[in-house]
Design a protein. Structure first.
Length: 249
């Protein structure tokens, strides 16, 4: 699959998650902004921005916020809209989540970890992962999304404890959203790549498009090592109404 086909599939996913008709725009007039309180691009009552391949879409919870974001998008490119620093130059932002880089993978580009025979499918359900999730802490566990996977959990054990796990949640448009977590005392050993490789292989065998969403640099390195391509970014914000600063030209 070429990058263009990957990009098309990725855009179709986020257009569906927007929950209202919207098209990615790379025009000089700014991103397409749609009022969609039920958007899956962001938490409820937030503004969601997704940029893929230089084009972007924005979902907002109200007409008032739509006016603010339309003004901001007329001043910034698609890439700048998901750059928190640039966005703050033209917008008064109350809260931010992200940005997170969005990676996608074609089977032909997959670089599996060879000889990872120690990876197993968890057989104990949530109990198998409970110790790992607890050891990682609430923030890292939540960031990983491991509790939300719908696939089997692929795990590595040491002394009968799960020290690394990966899986995925099936999203719309046959997308497999990857989740990976490694216990704090076992990071830096390449375990994330090992378990993620097993989860990605399972997703590809199921005919799904693997998606990797990453904020920390180590997570991005794992995605690239497995052959993923970075196609864009996602950012969620809470702008102040009438929030344009007038800067940014």
């Amino acid at each position: 699959m070429t990058s263009d086909l990957l990009l098309d599939r990725a855009r179709e996913l986020w257009k569906e998650l927007a929950a209202k008709p919207v098209e990615f725009s790379s025009s000089l007039d700014g991103a397409n902004v749609v009022v969609s309180p039920g958007s899956g691009l962001c938490p409820p009552l937030w503004t969601g921005i997704v940029a893929l391949g230089g084009a972007s879409i924005i979902t907002v919870p109200s007409v008032q916020v739509a006016q603010v974001m339309a003004g901001a998008s007329s001043k910034l490119s698609g890439e700048e809209l998901v750059d928190e620093d640039r966005l703050r130059e033209v917008l008064v932002v109350l809260d931010v989540l992200g940005p997170a880089s969005l990676f996608y993978l074609d089977r032909a580009d997959f670089l599996p970890v060879q000889g990872a025979t120690a990876v197993e499918e968890a057989v104990g359900g949530d109990d198998e992962l409970a110790v790992l999730l607890a050891s990682a802490g609430e923030e890292d566990a939540g960031e990983s999304g491991l509790e939300d996977i719908t696939s089997p959990a692929f795990v590595l054990r040491e002394c009968d404890d799960v020290v690394a796990a990966a899986g995925y949640q099936v999203w719309p448009r046959s997308v497999a959203h990857l989740s990976v977590l490694v216990a704090p005392g076992h990071r830096g050993r390449g375990l994330a790549r090992v378990v993620a490789s097993a989860a990605v292989a399972h997703a590809l065998d199921a005919g799904l498009l693997p998606q990797w969403r990453a904020r920390p640099r180590p997570s991005k390195r794992v995605a690239l090592a497995l052959g993923f391509q970075e196609l864009g970014s996602q950012l969620s914000v809470r702008p102040r109404r009438r929030g344009l600063t007038g800067l940014g030209g």
